[in-house]
Design a protein around this ligand. Structure first.
Ligand code: FA5
Ligand code: MG
Length: 417
């Protein structure tokens, strides 16, 4: 006999992110626009200003912390999944269940258990559990926020952690310890040391933390810039500080840091070490360093932005030149180089700029081809036209382009293809 077939009308809606499926629920508040940023990984794109600044921070740590064999002590994690659990983002960091930072109005939730990480600190505990003592993490973080010149709901952070044992901290002084038994009534927001730490350990850690972060800042901004340390509060560090840098007439906060709450280490199975940690905003540093006026530019796919940073040495001094908001017109030009005369690329670039004036944004060699039989050489250049104050019409661009072809043939003896 046939049984009943029971149809469940419940339709489980789910969201697919980075090849994983997540059921929706009444916490879900990620939008298509936000999701479109997942996997873009600006921090991994060679020549992107986010990537360059990351490299510079990493180089500082590599150079400053070496083990007895001369190898870097810090390792960098740049590929941690931005989808995290509330346990990672909050619980592992002792963030209270009623803390405002957990609210739906501040975070992008995928569902009740999962969210797009709101800070890189989400991964701190798992990396410590895996046995690491010195590590850096970089990646994209997501926060519901206004959108303006300095705020964007997706930005990048570099976090760092350094754990030290008694012997590492006081190698020459067996009498000094890192732990003590102390009376402790938690005083939220207090800058007092944690009761379980000795004053000597905390002072030494504070000194190393601040001089390291100042060293990072100096390696990026140079020796002469104005900065200040400001006391602050995080649920996961005590005491805690922010570093502010004076930029364009105002104080800008570039990082938060502090002495790690001992319970986080204990929960990760570490009972014989103390730690310091920090989290810095990569966009903030990059905007100061290159004078990038708007945080939205980091997401630009416009070559007028990207090419200002591409193929540059990591420590190159670059000052961003504003690009026009009017559209680009792209025309290519191909020609055979002369057989019997010298040809110099820079002559062509000069010729283009002479004819096109400031309607020329970029000229790049796209293709260099050597004919296998005739031995003749051909170059293809991409010329990008753009005006600072108005939209260029294609007909106007075509006229300039024609003139460039004509003059190149005449002055440089090339054969337009
Ligand atoms: C944090 O995110 C902490 N997790 C940092 C930390 C790590 C403290 C480890 C202690 C130990 P905060 O929300 O202040 O803290 O962000 C850290 C840095 O990210 C800021 O100093 C700032 O440079 C940058 N930042 C914060 N919000 C934005 C934003 N909306 N846009 C751009 N950068 C931001
Ligand atoms: Mg802050």
């Amino acid at each position: 006999t046939r049984g009943f077939s029971i149809v469940h009308p419940k339709v489980v809606q789910s969201i697919s992110l980075l090849n994983q499926n997540f059921p929706r629920d009444d916490y879900t508040n990620v939008t298509e626009k936000i999701i479109s940023h997942l996997g873009q990984n600006l921090h991994l794109q060679e020549g992107h200003p986010i990537n360059i600044v990351t490299q510079r921070v990493l180089n500082y740590f590599y150079a400053s912390f070496k083990n007895s064999r001369g190898n870097p002590q810090f390792s960098m994690y740049n590929n941690l999944c931005p989808i995290v659990t509330t346990a990672q983002n909050f619980d592992s960091l002792l963030i209270p269940t009623n803390h405002v930072s957990r609210s739906k109005s501040d975070c992008y939730y995928i569902n009740q258990q999962h969210l797009l990480r709101a800070h890189m600190t989400s991964h701190q505990s798992e990396l410590m559990k895996s046995g690491l003592d010195n590590f850096l993490m970089v990646g994209d973080v997501y926060r519901r926020d206004e959108i303006d010149r300095t705020h964007y709901p997706v930005f990048h952070q570099i976090d760092g952690v350094r754990l030290r044992s008694k012997n590492q901290l006081f190698p020459n002084d067996n009498d000094l310890d890192i732990f003590e038994l102390g009376d402790y009534t938690e005083n939220i927001g207090s800058q007092d040391k944690q009761a379980c730490h000795t004053l000597e350990a905390v002072k030494l850690m504070e000194f190393e933390l601040k001089s390291t972060l100042l060293g990072v800042a100096k390696s990026i901004f140079g020796e002469d810039f104005k900065y200040r340390w400001v006391d602050t509060y995080f649920p996961f560090t005590q005491p805690s500080w922010e570093l502010e840098v004076f930029y364009e007439g105002m104080w800008m906060e570039v990082l938060g840091c502090g002495i790690m709450k001992q319970a986080i280490l204990t929960n990760a199975g570490i009972t014989n070490k103390v730690g310091w940690a920090f989290g810095l905003g990569v966009e903030r540093i990059s905007m100061c360093l290159y004078k990038i006026p708007d945080i939205r530019l980091f997401w630009s796919k416009d070559s007028g932005f990207l090419n200002q940073f591409k193929n540059q040495e990591v420590n190159a001094k670059i000052t961003y030149r504003p690009i026009s908001q009017y559209p680009q017109c792209i025309n290519d030009i191909s020609f055979w180089l002369p057989n019997d005369k010298e040809y110099c690329e820079n002559d062509f670039y000069d010729l283009v700029r002479t004819i096109g004036g400031d309607r020329i944004e970029q000229v790049t060699l796209k293709d260099d081809f050597l004919h296998p039989k005739t031995g003749r050489r051909s170059h293809c250049y991409r010329i990008i036209y753009r005006h600072m104050e108005r939209t260029l019409k294609q007909e106007e661009v075509n006229l300039i382009h024609k003139k460039i072809e004509k003059e190149a043939a005449k002055q440089l003896f090339v054969n337009i293809r």
